[in-house]
Design a protein around this ligand. Structure first.
Ligand code: HEC
Length: 133
């Protein structure tokens, strides 16, 4: 099963069980998962971009909407559609950034390596991103 399919199923299952702790994701655990993102992403408000854009407030924000100078054609195509990041799109993007952009917007992503996370780690890291307000 492809990671995106797997997540879609896991996400649907999480919605089905309602407000269980497993569905919500654990921001504290997600901060530990985020250790693998840190070399490329800062999260402090106003902190300088690294290899990738600063992720402060990324949940609910339109894709490619910081002043990061190296957004790919794929993320620019996402922005052109007016799409904003939510748990579902992040859940599909994070494990397979380039593939997700190509499949969804028909344009290539660049610079974000596929992140191998299990469903719990993925939910936790998204909860952590949601906490960055
Ligand atoms: C090797 C460096 C690298 C790693 C590791 C990395 N990213 Fe990225 N990330 C990037 C780059 C570069 C972009 C911009 C991609 C593009 O333009 O296609 C990006 C884009 C993003 C975006 C979209 C931001 C926006 O402004 O629209 C999100 C969300 C994101 N990354 C989350 C993560 C998370 C969560 C992790 C860890 C699980 C992670 N990244 C790991 C380099 C990385």
């Amino acid at each position: 099963m492809k990671a995106t399919t797997f997540f879609a199923v896991a996400f649907a299952a999480a919605i089905a069980v309602g407000s269980s702790a497993a569905q919500a994701g654990d921001a504290a655990a997600g901060e530990k998962v985020f250790a693998r993102c840190k070399s490329c992403h800062s999260v402090g408000k106003g902190e300088a971009h690294r290899v990738g854009p600063n992720l402060h407030g990324v949940v609910g924000r339109k894709c490619a909407s910081t002043d990061f100078p190296r957004y790919s054609a794929g993320l620019k195509a996402c922005a052109a559609k007016g799409a904003a990041w939510d748990a579902a799109s992040l859940g599909a993007y994070i494990p397979d950034a380039a593939g997700y952009l190509d499949k969804t917007y028909g344009a290539k992503g660049a610079g974000m390596t596929p992140q191998k996370l299990d469903a719990t780690q993925l939910a936790d890291v998204i909860a952590y991103l949601e906490s960055l307000k």
